[in-house]
Design a binder for this molecule. Sequence first.
Ligand code: FE2
Length: 661
Amino acid sequence: MRIWPLSACILLYCFLQNGHGYERTPHTNGILRGPYLQFATPYSMYVVWRTDERIDPKVRFGTELEKLDRQSTAEAITTRYGTTNKHVSLPAGVVRLHSAPEGCYQYDAQLTNLAPDTLYYYAVFNGERRLTDCSSSYFFRTQPLPGTPKPMRIWVVGDSGTGRPTQFNVQSSMMDWIKAENHPLDFYIHVGDMAYSRGRDVEFQSRFFDMYDATLRNTVCWPAMGNHEGATSKGTNGVGPYYDAYVLPTRGEAGGVPSGTEAYYAFDYGRTHFICLDSHDLDRKPTGTMATWLKADLEQASADWLVAYFHHPPYTKGSHDSDREKQLIEMRRYIMPILEAGGVDLVLTGHSHIYERSMLMDGAYDTPTVSENAILDDGDGDPKGDGPYRKPPGIHANQGTVQIVAGHGGTTLRRKATMPVMKKIIVEHGSVLIDIEGDQLTGRMVNKFGELRDTFSIVKRTNVELARLVAPWQPEPWKAEAGDGKDASAEPPEDYIEVIPKHAEWRYLAGKNPKGGAEWTKKDYDDSDWEVGEAGFGYADNDDRTVLSDMQGKYSVVYIRHDFEIEQADYVADIGLMINFDDAFVAYLNGKEVARVGVKGSGKDAKEIKQHDATGRYAYYPLKDFEKYLKDGTNVLAIEGHNASPNSHDFTLDPFLVVED
Ligand SMILES: [Fe+2]
């Protein structure tokens, strides 16, 4: 029988009651991080923690809370040390952490010779001194033996690592859900971007370990590296804060073919085989080392279910577009054929800040993605709706995959368009619960308010004949809210880089109109005879750095230009204006209109200008269709600011330009 320890609930309650509701109780007894679980197998488990000084590390454990009668062995503990001083010589057997608080120690303790599928309680000690409370929240369950039929429950989260209340609410709504069902998690899969914005150790601490502390102490997290972690950790050499944090199999210890790296790996849980890939910084080609390993692993896999997870989604039109971004295109073009030939049932990804869930699909590898001849079942997969998706028992090539993009775990949401293979497209924060029991897999999405927003099942009971549908069901087309003169401001990206900084010096033209019609909006226009001034431009209101003292009563339009550099335009997920303005503006990227608020026409022919007061805050306007106009190298942003009338008592034009980090 499964047990939901009472004190875990009490602990979660305390966690909820603390301060803003998402700060944890400070560590005590010198523990800086954890303890948390890693790298579970049927016979072993890692307990990992950090302390602020060197201790005599021990983990005591046992099947009864009051009787922790077993102890870790000294040789099964790896001691790691945090220092930026490369000249410090470390004591024998101590390994340097890539980045961690100066002087901290990390202990990776492997508990071995455990019984499969067994509940153990544990405590961390310094010699004879107990460092963790005597609490039943410190427990773990070893994995069942491979091949054992056992129900399993997995929590799936992506793109969560902001440390903000939304992340906390996504977690607490799911924990409440699980508690209400009295069915605890078996493990946790994080599909990447768990530590914005650069995956630094300090970001891991506050945005992952502190946030999920109550879960991580008794639930193993199996991670995939996101691009944000990729800013400081490298899959190529397995070094960085991500690799400091996680202990992952490299030699096939948890099942599957040895990968030789923690960047990608496999493990078995009961009758399900799991595969994690690094979609960020490794060769995705079929001839690459990762794909070669993947093929070997799939060939050997013997299970009823096959689940793959990685960061970059092969199918999405959320905050990212899988038809135009390299990693996403390559995961679809090169990796999906291998996974589907290997019989994958479910693919879990993130990166795109949205929830998208596909129909039962196969063979959609082209760019752009179309659903014709790529859908095997165009129903909703809901047992209470169109009925579950049906596949033949066992693992067979090309019998249908469900794709889940779960990038809605905490950061800013966005939808660009409609990915035609998707059955559900939900722009809400939340996370995913996967249950696998016997011949049925069920996925559910619970939003941050604790509402069930999607349910689907795959059933592998009897032989079924599946064929690709020539004209499958299509999701409703979707149009971004924008339009001539309509305010289309949006939430800015959670993390961004200023490519034209706030209060930058712009070229500006005031009191006359540029020559050559719209030429002034283009890149090669010669603006050398324009004035130079810092943004913002205007008069009155005390919000202008370049005061246009002659504007009132004389003219009502100001033109400004600024160039900026983009290294790889293909990699830009979102670019937009942050702008404080009064009354209206039109913005152009390399000569093409990309944003317009409160005005029809342009230049001296502008009309129907609506009044708009500068609020003092910057509103965000994504640049429309920037994918078509943004170039590698130098680009030019040109903006015309309009006053509703020359006699207006104030004017403000104060923009800067940001790209999502
Ligand atoms: Fe990402």
